[in-house]
Ligand binder design. Structure first.
Ligand code: IFM
Length: 450
């Protein structure tokens, strides 16, 4: 083990977890009263997903949940982050009808986690919008935000006595940009105006949901998860500094600023040609105090000096990544995580930070009784060290979750990219621990390396 610090180098109550999302692992897409989501529709549309893969079966976690939690126990995680499939609970997206079989699945999941001494962290929206709501406009329709707040309140009413932490949205930037601007993700729209509206309505739904959840259970610990990265300039030229600011507004502040300061960065006007349309009171509804900010960190970005935004999906030119890349083509930049945590602590000091996802895809290949994944172990060690550096320098970081527990459905890339600590054979659905699973287990148990 090359880590500079063990778990004892972190705060005592630190959350050490792994993360997953419903559509990526559950399967059972057409069973037990679950409604359809936009990802069922998208993945069944020819040409959308690599190799025509779908989440119909995924890791079959819906049927193997109990054995999967035994694997979590083996790892020794203190926390497990999963997401709730909105259409499994509310097949039409609205509070009636309720699918009690779907609710029962999450009741059993939460109870089993608690039985094993693992604290559940539940995400309410990890991209699987009920298809019935998309028919009415999806996130471009403000009504969806109201339905989301009602769904959030219901979940806190039912599970709030046992779930430790709640996350409203996972990566709203992806829902807005990949879903409504580039069209790579469901619902596959390519329209800058729809993107701005979707982003705004998602933020509004977050604010309304937090208020609705606290009205039901004032003690609920609630946050949101954003995908964030450090933006570096290739040099110190004035043009480059402007490009860094523009990219930072697009990638980070578009979500951070409304949530923590109740305003959009003015750079959105440069990128989209105008600011988002906002009704009176919207911004104060979005700006609601949070118990934590979830951060999904994978890599950072280096921009080159040209800030003339011509394409909203790529506001500024980004330099070709240097150094080692993961199987996603993403550069390995652990220093970006340290810098990001320190930057957030400085610019948004009002909220504790939790890394709700960090991890890497590599082309893992089983080899006689083991699955060697030294690159992943090196990636994780470097990033945990970076978190430690940030904590030592004063960042209030409360947790770290590895993406992911299991290899799973990587959205438009289907099953082609493996992020798991456990290898999943998608023919037999067998789970096989990779060397990184043993490495994490040893780290969490304060043991020397396996
Ligand atoms: O698999 C995704 C996850 O659903 C959201 N964050 C990034 C991961 C890796 O791409």
């Amino acid at each position: 083990m090359n880590l500079k610090y063990g778990v004892e180098g972190f705060p005592a109550e630190f959350q050490w977890g792994v993360a997953t999302a419903a559509y990526q692992i559950e399967g059972a897409a057409f069973e037990d009263g679950r409604g359809l989501s936009i990802w069922d529709d998208f993945s069944h549309t020819a040409g959308r997903i690599l190799h025509g893969d779908t989440g119909d079966v995924a890791c079959d976690h819906y049927h193997r949940m109990s054995a999967d939690i035994d694997l979590l126990e083996m790892l020794g995680v203190t926390h497990y982050r999963f997401s709730i499939a909105w259409p499994r609970i509310l097949p039409e997206g609205k509070v009636s009808p309720i699918n009690s079989t779907g609710l029962d699945f999450y009741q059993r999941l939460v109870d089993k986690l608690l039985e094993k001494g693992i604290t559940p962290t539940a995400t309410l929206y990890h991209w699987d919008l009920p298809l019935a709501l998309q028919t009415d406009g999806g996130w471009v329709n403000r009504d969806t935000a109201e339905h989301f707040a009602e769904y959030a309140a219901l979940m806190v009413r039912v599970l709030g006595d046992r779930v430790g932490h709640w996350i409203t949205h996972n990566e709203p930037w992806c829902s807005a940009v990949l879903g409504h601007l580039t069209g790579e993700h469901a619902p596959g729209i390519q329209d800058p105006e729809a993107t701005l509206s979707a982003a705004h309505n998602i933020l509004l739904s977050h604010g309304w949901a937090v208020r609705a959840m606290r009205a039901v259970r004032p003690s609920a610990s609630v946050g949101i998860t954003l995908n964030l990265n450090m933006i570096y300039g290739q040099n110190d030229a004035v043009e480059t500094i402007k490009a860094v600011e523009l990219q930072d507004a697009f990638a980070n502040r578009w979500y951070l600023d409304p949530i923590f300061y109740g305003q959009y960065p003015s750079a959105l006007e440069t990128i989209f040609g105008h600011m988002p349309a906002v009704l009176p009171d919207d911004m104060s509804q979005i700006q609601v105090p949070l118990d934590f900010l979830g951060i999904n960190y994978y890599f950072s970005t280096v921009v080159v000096g040209n800030s003339s935004a011509t394409n909203p999906a790529w506001p500024v030119p980004v330099a070709r990544p240097e150094g080692p890349l993961t199987a996603m083509g993403w550069p390995v930049m652990p220093q970006g995580l340290r810098d990001l945590l320190l930057r957030l602590s400085r610019d948004y000091p009002m909220v504790p930070l939790v890394i709700t996802e960090n991890g890497a895809a590599y082309p893992d290949v089983p080899s006689t009784g083991t699955i060697p994944d030294r690159d992943r172990i090196r990636y994780l060690e470097a990033h945990i060290d970076a978190v430690h550096d940030a904590v030592t320098q004063g960042a209030n970081v409360q947790g770290y979750y590895i993406w992911s527990f299991l290899d799973n459905f990587e959205w438009a890339l289907g099953y082609a990219k493996r992020f798991g600590l456990f290898y999943v054979d998608f023919d037999t659905l067998q789970r096989i621990p990779k060397e990184s699973a043993f490495w994490y287990r040893d780290f969490l148990h304060h043991l020397p390396p396996f």
